[in-house]
Design a protein. Structure first.
Lengths: 48, 297
């Protein structure tokens, strides 16, 4: 039970941390003044 | 199922290919992961579905972080949260049930024995991709001819109680209707291991009549919530191989970056039509796989 819970947490953390990392890297690459743009209809770098 | 380094490299390459299409079209691509992993790379269906469901959380997080999410934007996703939650867990439970059924029983179609889980998941994918693809091409054709877009607004259905969404203008919608919408989206996402964006966005625009810009923002939040629920449910069922997920995340990130560079050169209308054709071609390939499954001994 404990290891199963640990596995669920790992499955959640891996993609979320990866997603956060990719966001930071893209912001650094594109030198955005405002990393969160309200105007874009789509965020053009990475989509689902 | 333990994968070798070579297999993981192929998975990363497949993820890059899917990511490229995903980046090019701005939306969609997750629906390709499961068919590609299962049909082209021979990954077991439940693991392909689990990996597809889990890896969505990466791009979904990136997309969410890249946008300002106002508190008022949470009202709509939270309204359909209950429906999505039941839907996702029902979809994953259903997948697990079919997997266990297939271990003890045989499914015979036209006198041939087929694996139940492969046949059901691919069959649902076939129907879903074909219908959404045909709709996208039809809508794009209408747009080229200057015809107004068709909206089958379920928002006009009067089933109390109602909720108001000032963030979408004066939209007032039936809560049971929204919950059923969440239930269907959640079920398909859990069962098929995809983000749900393929159904959520057209659903919000064409069924619930939400303005496109608002629908895009809401769909990002909905997809992220579905991805979390899906990951928890599939991880609990032991459907997730983290190495597979990691390979998809790495390949998908690189591919999506390249795809977005390419996609910016195409007009939105062109993209919508090509996206529709991509769905139809994928559906035909899945249909061919199903036919082979039935025909071959």
């Amino acid at each position: 039970m404990f290891f199963r819970l640990l596995f669920v947490v790992a499955c959640l953390l891996l993609p979320i941390l990866w997603g956060g990392l990719v966001n930071r890297v893209y912001n650094a690459w594109s030198h955005r003044a405002d990393p969160k743009s309200e105007d874009d209809a789509f965020f053009p770098d990475y989509q689902i | 199922m333990s994968l070798t380094l070579l297999q993981l490299t192929w998975v990363a390459a497949a993820g890059a290919g899917v990511g490229f299409l995903s980046g090019m079209f701005g939306l969609g691509g997750g629906f390709l992961i499961v068919p590609v992993l299962h049909i082209a790379l021979g990954v077991r269906m439940e693991l392909a579905v689990g990996a597809g469901a889990c890896q969505v959380l990466g791009p979904a997080t990136t997309s969410l972080l890249a946008r300002k999410v106002e508190r008022s934007r949470l009202r709509f996703p939270l309204t359909i949260l209950g429906g999505m939650l039941i839907g996702v867990f029902s979809g994953v439970w259903c997948l697990g049930w079919i997997r266990d059924f297939g271990r003890k029983n045989e499914l015979r179609i036209f006198g041939k024995t087929v694996p139940p889980i492969d046949f059901t998941v691919l069959g649902v994918y076939f129907l879903l991709l074909l219908s959404v693809g045909l709709f996208a091409v039809w809508e794009s054709h209408n747009a080229v001819q200057g015809k107004p877009s068709h909206r089958f607004s379920l928002a006009s259905w009067r089933i109390p109680p109602y909720a108001s969404f000032p963030e979408f203008g004066e939209t007032r919608a039936s809560i049971p209707l929204l919950t059923w919408f969440g239930l269907v989206v959640g079920f398909l996402s859990g069962f098929l291991g995809m983000s749900g964006g393929l159904i959520v966005l057209p659903g919000l625009i064409y069924l619930l009549g939400i303005p496109t810009q608002d629908a895009v923002k809401s769909s990002l939040i909905i997809v992220w919530i579905i991805a979390v629920q899906n990951t928890v449910a599939h991880a609990w069922q032991n459907h997730i191989d983290l190495w597979l997920v990691m390979a998809l995340l790495i390949g998908g990130t690189i591919g999506a970056r390249l795809g977005s560079e390419f996609g910016l050169k195409l007009a939105a209308r062109q993209l919508r039509r090509r996206f529709g054709w991509l769905l139809i071609v994928t559906a035909v390939l899945i249909g061919a796989r199903l036919a082979v499954m039935i025909v071959e001994e």
